[in-house]
Design a protein around this ligand. Structure first.
Ligand code: G3P
Length: 217
C-alpha cells in the first residue's frame, strides 16, 4: 500500500519523506488556502521533495478551461497528477489527459457508479472520500470494498486512492480491503507508530540496560 500525504505544508511533507514513508502527495484548493502560499510555488517545492505522484487540482468546471489549467499544472513537473472532479467535463478531461500520458486523479468520488465511470475514463487514481461519507451516515469503507470488487472484476488499472482519511483505523481497514493508496494528513500516518506497549517496553528495556552498567561500543 502506498502512503500519500494529504497536505500542502512543506515541513510536514519533508518530515515524512525523511522517514522514508512518503510515496506521493495530494493537494486540493482547501489545503492550498490553508497553507497561505502560492499554489504553483508550493507545487514546485513539493515535486523536488517527493518523486512520487503529486496531485494538483484544476478549479475550472468546463472542459476547455480545465484543459488549459491542466496544461499549466502538468508543466510544473513530470510527476504531477492532474486532479479533476467527478463530473462529465472532468471525466472528458481525464480521458484526454491520460491519453496524452498525463496521470489523472479523479476526485470527489462518493459512489461505486462514479468510480466505475472514472475507471472507464482511464483515470490513474480514483479518490473516494471515506471520512466525508462517514460524516453523513454512510459507510465509507463499504464503498472501498465495492470499488475494489468492481475494479478486480474487470482488471481496471485505476488505483484506489482512499481519501478523506480521518484516523488510523481508516488506514488499516483500507489496507485489509486491498486499496492501492491512502492519502492522509501526516499526523495520521505518524499516529500509526503509536502504541502504549511500545513506549512501556522501551522504558523497561532502558531501565534494565542501565542496571547492567554496560555500553554498546
Ligand atoms: O484531498 C481530498 C481529501 O482527502 C479531503 O479530506 O478531510 O477534507 O474530507 P477531508
Amino acid at each position: 500500500m502506498k502512503f500519500f500525504a494529504d497536505t500542502a505544508e512543506i515541513a510536514e511533507i519533508r518530515e515524512l519523506a525523511d522517514l522514508g514513508l512518503l510515496d506521493g502527495v495530494t493537494t486540493n484548493p482547501s489545503l492550498v488556502q490553508k497553507s497561505g502560499r502560492d499554489f504553483i510555488e508550493v507545487l514546485k517545492e513539493i515535486v523536488k521533495i517527493c518523486p512520487g505522484p503529486i496531485s494538483a487540482e484544476v478549479v475550472a468546471l468546463d472542459y476547455a478551461t480545465m484543459m488549459r489549467e491542466a496544461e499549466v499544472l502538468r508543466k510544473v513537473a513530470k510527476n504531477i497528477a492532474v486532479k479533476v472532479p467527478l463530473t462529465p467535463d472532468g471525466l472528458k478531461a481525464c480521458k484526454a489527459l491520460t491519453g496524452d500520458g498525463t496521470m489523472v486523479n479523479v476526485t470527489l468520488c462518493f459512489s461505486a457508479g462514479q468510480a466505475l465511470l472514472a475507471a472507464k475514463a482511464g483515470a490513474s487514481f480514483i479518490s473516494p472520500f471515506v471520512g466525508r461519507l462517514d460524516d453523513v451516515g454512510f459507510d465509507g469503507m463499504q464503498l472501498i470494498g465495492d470499488v475494489r470488487m468492481i475494479y478486480d472484476n474487470y482488471d481496471f488499472a485505476t488505483q484506489i486512492l482512499v481519501a478523506s482519511v480521518r484516523h488510523p483505523i481508516h488506514v488499516i481497514e483500507a489496507a485489509k480491503i486491498g486499496a492501492d493508496v491512502i492519502t492522509a494528513p501526516p499526523k495520521i500516518i505518524q499516529q500509526l507508530f503509536k502504541h502504549p506497549l511500545t513506549d512501556v517496553g522501551i522504558a523497561n528495556f532502558l531501565k534494565d540496560w542501565q542496571a547492567t552498567g554496560q555500553k554498546i561500543g
